[in-house]
Design a protein around this ligand. Structure first.
Ligand SMILES: Nc1ncnc2c1ncn2[C@@H]1O[C@H](COP(=O)(O)OP(=O)(O)OP(=O)(O)O)[C@@H](O)[C@H]1O
Ligand SMILES: [Mg+2]
Length: 488
C-alpha cells in the first residue's frame, strides 16, 4: 500500500481508503483488526501500548484511531485526554472488553467519536469507520476550499499555500476587523510590511490612511516631531506648525516598522498614545485625541530586548496584544515555486518581456536552477527570492532560464563555483555549464570584434535578435568597448 501524502498538521489524504492506528495491548485483537481493515483497503499501523500509540499519533496524522480502554501502562481514557488536548480532529473510536454504559459516556464526553465493545460486529465497525473517514475528508476539503476562497478575495498579492502561511492568513482574517494592536515578527524579508498592509486593507479602516513609519531610519529628534507633529517655533527650524503621523493616520492605521530601534524617550511617549489615544505635539500644550490602529513590526527578538533592559516591558505587552509571527522561507519551501511564478509574472509585465497572448509570463527556471533555489537557505527570505527572479527576468534571453543567471551568492551557497568572468583559461574540472558559457562568451567577443563592436552588426552575423545578444553580453559580463575607442 503506498504511503499517504501527509499534509502538515491537518489531515491525511491517502490513495488508500485511509490510515488507521490500532492501539491495543492484546496481540489477538491487533491482528484481527489489522486483517479486517487491510482486506478493506485501509493502511493499518499497530501500537501495543498507550506510550507507543501516543508516539505514533505524534509522528504522523491518522484518519482514525481505534483505542483500547484498558491497557497495562496507561488507560485509554488517559490517552484520549492527552490526544484531545493537542488535536481536536483525529477521529477516535474506543474499544473495550468491559463495555459499560458509564465508560462509554465518559469516553464520548472526553471527545471520543464512537464506542465499541468486544466482541463487536465487524460489519457495523467497518460502516462506522468508513462513514467517519468520509465525513472528516469532506470537512477538510471544505475548510481548504473556504480558505482558498477567502484568500483569493482578501489577499491577492500574498502568495503561500503552506500550512504555516495559511495559518498566518487565517489569523490575519480573524484579527483584521478589530482595532487590536498587533506585533508582527519575523526575519528580514518575510513579508511583515505586506502583512501589515493586508491587515489594514481588510479592516473597516481600509478607506482611511495607512501610515508606515520606519523607526530605524529616523534620528530620535526627528522621529518625535514626525510622529507627534510640532507647533511653529517649537524648535529652531520649526518655521511653521506641522501635523504628525498620528494625526494624519487618524481613523486609519499607523505601522511602526523596526519598532525595536526606538529609543527610551519615544518609547515612553508611544506608551502614552497607545494607552490614552492622545498626545501633545512638540511645543504645544494642547492635547490631541486620535483614533488610530497601531501595528508594529520587528525582526529583532523584542522579548530579548526587554530582558536586556533595552525595551520597556509595559510597551512590549501593549504592542504584543496579538503576535503574528511570519515563518522564514526555508521553513515553507513548498511556497517557493508559487512565489517564483508570481514574481516572474510581475517582472515580465513590468519589463514587457516573455508574455504570451493573454499577458501571462512564459518564463521558467531550468530544472538545475530550480533545484538550487529549492535547496537554498534563504537568509534574505522572500525579498532575496524576489530579487533573484527580477534579475532572471532582466538577464534571461530565452524562456527557460539557465542556472548561471542566478545571483552568485545563491550559486556559491549551492556549491556551484562561480568562475571569474575574465575570459581566462577554464579550470580542468570545469562543469558543462562553465564550458558552454565560456564558449558562448568567446564566440560573442570574436563577432563583436569582427563587427568593430557594433552590436547590431554582430547580432546580424550571429543571426540572433539584438535584444538577445544584449542580454547575453550582460549575463556573460562582456565588457563592451566603444567603437571609437577601438578605432583609435
Ligand atoms: N507571501 C508573499 N507573497 C508575495 N510577496 C511577498 C510575500 N512575502 C514577502 N513578499 C515580498 O517580499 C518583499 C519583502 O517583503 P516585506 O518588505 O514585507 O518584508 P519585511 O518582513 O518587512 O522585511 P524587513 O524586515 O527587511 O523590513 C516585498 O516586495 C514583498 O512584496
Ligand atoms: Mg519591512
Amino acid at each position: 500500500m503506498p504511503d499517504p501524502v501527509v499534509l502538515e498538521g491537518t489531515s491525511t489524504i491517502s490513495e488508500s481508503r485511509g490510515r488507521v492506528l490500532v492501539v491495543d495491548d492484546e496481540a489477538d485483537i491487533r491482528e484481527s483488526l489489522e486483517t479486517l481493515l487491510s482486506l478493506e483497503g485501509y493502511s493499518v499501523d499497530l501500537a501495543q501500548n498507550a506510550g507507543e500509540g501516543l508516539h505514533k499519533m505524534e509522528s504522523r496524522t491518522y484518519d482514525l484511531v481505534l483505542l483500547d480502554l484498558m491497557m497495562p501502562d496507561r488507560s485509554g481514557m488517559d490517552v484520549l485526554r492527552e490526544v484531545r488536548e493537542r488535536d481536536h480532529d483525529t477521529p477516535i473510536f474506543m474499544i473495550t472488553a468491559y463495555g459499560s454504559v458509564e465508560a462509554a459516556v465518559n469516553a464520548l464526553k472526553l471527545g471520543a467519536n464512537d464506542y465499541f465493545s468486544k466482541p463487536w460486529d465487524n460489519e457495523k465497525l467497518l460502516i462506522e469507520i468508513e462513514r467517519m473517514i468520509a465525513r472528516r475528508r469532506l470537512e477538510f476539503e471544505n475548510r481548504s476550499l473556504k480558505r482558498a476562497l477567502k484568500q483569493r478575495y482578501s489577499f491577492p498579492n500574498i502568495i503561500g499555500k503552506s500550512e504555516r502561511m495559511l495559518r498566518v492568513l487565517d489569523l490575519v482574517t480573524q484579527v483584521a476587523p478589530s482595532r487590536s494592536t498587533i506585533l508582527i515578527s519575523g526575519e528580514t524579508g518575510t513579508g511583515k510590511e505586506l502583512i501589515a498592509k493586508a491587515i489594514h486593507a481588510n479592516s473597516p479602516r481600509a478607506e482611511q490612511m495607512f501610515v508606515p513609519v520606519n523607526c530605524g531610519s529616523l534620528p530620535p529628534e526627528l522621529l518625535e516631531s514626525t510622529l507627534f507633529g510640532h507647533v511653529k517655533g517649537a524648535f529652531t527650524s520649526a518655521l511653521q506648525s506641522r501635523k504628525g503621523y498620528f494625526e494624519i493616520a487618524n481613523k486609519g492605521t499607523i505601522f511602526f516598522d523596526e519598532i525595536g530601534t526606538v529609543g527610551p524617550e519615544i518609547q515612553a511617549k508611544l506608551l502614552r498614545v497607545i494607552q490614552e489615544r492622545e498626545f501633545m505635539p512638540l511645543g504645544s500644550s494642547e492635547v490631541i485625541k486620535v483614533d488610530v490602529r497601531i501595528l508594529a513590526a520587528t525582526n529583532a527578538d523584542l522579548k530579548r530586548l526587554v530582558d536586556e533592559g533595552k525595551f520597556r516591558e509595559d510597551l512590549y505587552y501593549r504592542l504584543n496584544v496579538i503576535n503574528l509571527s511570519l515563518p522564514p522561507l526555508r521553513d515553507r519551501k513548498e511556497d517557493i515555486p508559487l512565489l517564483i511564478d508570481h514574481f516572474f509574472a510581475k517582472y515580465c509585465r513590468e519589463n514587457e518581456k516573455f508574455l504570451d497572448a493573454s499577458n501571462r509570463s512564459v518564463l521558467k527556471f531550468a530544472p538545475d536552477a530550480l533545484q538550487i533555489l529549492m535547496d537554498h537557505n534563504w537568509p534574505g527570505n522572500v525579498r532575496e527570492l524576489e530579487n533573484a527572479v527580477e534579475r532572471a527576468v532582466v538577464l534571461a534571453s530565452e524562456p527557460v532560464v539557465p542556472l548561471d543567471v542566478l545571483p552568485e551568492q545563491i550559486l556559491q551557497a549551492g556549491g556551484i563555483r562561480v568562475r571569474q568572468r575574465d575570459g581566462g583559461p577554464l579550470p580542468p574540472d570545469a562543469s558543462l555549464f562553465e564550458i558552454v558559457a565560456d564558449f558562448e562568451r568567446r564566440v560573442i567577443i570574436e563577432h563583436l570584434e569582427q563587427a568593430n563592436w557594433s552590436q547590431t552588426e554582430a547580432a546580424d552575423n550571429l543571426r540572433v535578435p539584438l535584444s538577445t545578444l544584449n542580454q547575453k553580453i550582460k549575463r556573460l559580463a562582456i565588457e563592451i568597448r566603444r567603437k571609437s575607442e577601438h578605432a583609435r
